[in-house]
Design a protein. Structure first.
Length: 219
């Protein structure tokens, strides 16, 4: 019987890549993006810093790989066309609210992504701009199926979604940073989390319903 190989160049490479990616996440969570220096990453991962360049080409590529794996919106990028086909029939009505709810639940628990968003909005960074642009590209693909529902109405779903997504980010960052309430809502409490989720869905539903009313009155 041939014994299964548990070590080797390929397996060791993947283990080292994982160590480096995990180190990036640990540093972002505990120290923030300013701790993402090559020496600090290598020390945290307990590997030679040369391996960063060998497996990722640069620190920026390493960080980019980590962020793209963790970013909520980028996780859908490869399957965007499947999402579009599955949600064409109702102009993305269900998808528009479900993505918001899932984003809220994800971001609430993702400590490292909270730090990444803070990095994105507080410092000029080519890397963060590329990540943001990738999100925008994904969003534009989805809006192609929602836009027709709002034609010839004064309901702007893009603007509404921008406010809702920005609100999700701010509410969670505010609650996690100092634990205080916002408009009497404590996002650290499950009951208030459920109220936010319900309201996200209600706003999207109102948008679709109001657009339908206006289209009927215009016809």
């Amino acid at each position: 019987m041939i014994r299964k190989t548990t070590e080797g160049p390929i397996r060791n490479k993947e283990k080292t890549r994982l160590k480096l990616l995990n180190a990036v996440g640990e540093i972002i969570t505990k120290q923030g993006y300013k701790g993402l220096g090559v020496n600090n990453i290598a020390a945290t991962a307990k590997v030679d810093k040369k391996l960063i360049y060998l497996y990722f080409e640069s620190v920026d590529k390493l960080v980019e790989t980590y962020v793209r794996q963790k970013d909520y919106w980028n996780t859908f990028s490869e399957g965007v066309h499947v999402l579009i086909e599955e949600n064409k029939s109702n102009c993305g009505r269900d998808l528009a609210s479900q993505l918001l709810i899932d984003q809220f639940n994800f971001f609430l628990q993702a400590d490292e992504m909270q730090k990444i968003i803070l990095w994105e909005i507080s410092e000029q960074s080519n890397l963060m701009r590329e990540i943001a642009d990738a999100r925008e590209a994904f969003g534009n693909e989805l809006f192609k199926i929602t836009d027709p529902h709002f034609e010839n109405t004064d309901i702007d779903l893009r603007a509404i979604q921008a406010i809702l997504i920005g609100g999700v980010y701010y509410l969670i960052l505010h609650a996690k940073a100092n634990g205080s309430t916002f408009c009497g809502m404590d996002i650290n409490e499950i009951t208030d989390q459920q109220k936010i989720i319900k309201s996200l869905k209600q706003v999207v539903e109102w948008s679709y319903n109001e657009a339908e009313k206006q289209q009927k009155s215009n016809s």
